[in-house]
Ligand binder design. Sequence first.
Ligand SMILES: [Zn+2]
Ligand SMILES: [Zn+2]
Length: 139
Amino acid sequence: MDEIKEMLRATNLKATPQRLAILEEIKKAGHIDLETIYKNISEHFPSMSLATVYKNIHTLKRYGLIKELAISGAKSKYEIAFQKPHHHLICKVCGDVIDIELDTSFLEKQLKEIRDFEISSCDIYCYGICSKCKNKSQG
Ligand SMILES: [Zn+2]
Ligand SMILES: [Zn+2]
């Protein structure tokens, strides 16, 4: 909780109970979509609407506290922005999103050589089947 308060303070955003709860949910889940955040926190904030959650998420994103993962064929998920740089593996069977640290220096090198392109940021999404689902189907 303190870490999240620190994050909010650094942006000068007001640490409203709703924002704290949303950030707490995202941190706890790792990757989570809007509807699930809403479902999980509406217990504590019964009068809060989905639109309010959406507005808060939009603000948190704008201030760089959270990152939106645009996952093709599924709802966007959100994660805490202040993490070690990482990429994502997405299981097409169970929908799990798995963090993976990859060394992308080969990409930077190749793109520089082939296109004289300077990468400033790079997000890799790999789609496939996670080991849990693979083992189940081989059961
Ligand atoms: Zn899976
Ligand atoms: Zn992640």
